[in-house]
Design a protein around this ligand. Structure first.
Ligand SMILES: [Zn+2]
Length: 115
């Protein structure tokens, strides 16, 4: 595998991680709304009919955990040049939207030249 292929593979992995995170973050409430609509209209269990708030609480808890898992997976992407975590240097990294590696300044989606 050439250096360019290795970088392309790494950036594809990074873009997939971000797309999955964004899709899950935005898409999950829609999927939940649709399933809840079906659940309410169908013969859903009597327990939830009497305690609908529990269903909402469970959903909120599950959604929170789901998003934490997706964000962690996205953040664990490592820079193809220096091998450090691309988006993380310290807690202040969370306040930024970096377009380059926070360690070696490699721009996102950059491919090295073939000399
Ligand atoms: Zn780097």
């Amino acid at each position: 595998m050439t250096e360019q292929e290795r970088y392309r593979k790494a950036w594809r992995d990074r873009n997939i991680r971000f797309a999955v995170f964004l899709g899950g973050f935005v898409g999950f409430p829609f999927v939940f709304s649709l399933t809840l609509g079906w659940f309410v209209s169908a013969n859903y269990p009597l327990f939830f009919r009497k305690n609908m708030h529990l269903l909402i609480d469970l959903y909120a808890l599950f959604y929170f955990l789901f998003v934490v898992v997706l964000v962690t997976w996205w953040y664990r992407f490592r820079c193809p040049r220096c091998g450090e975590i691309f988006l993380w240097k310290s807690w202040t990294s969370l306040m930024k939207w970096p377009t380059a590696c926070l360690h070696c300044r490699l721009p996102r989606n950059a491919i090295p030249y073939d000399h």
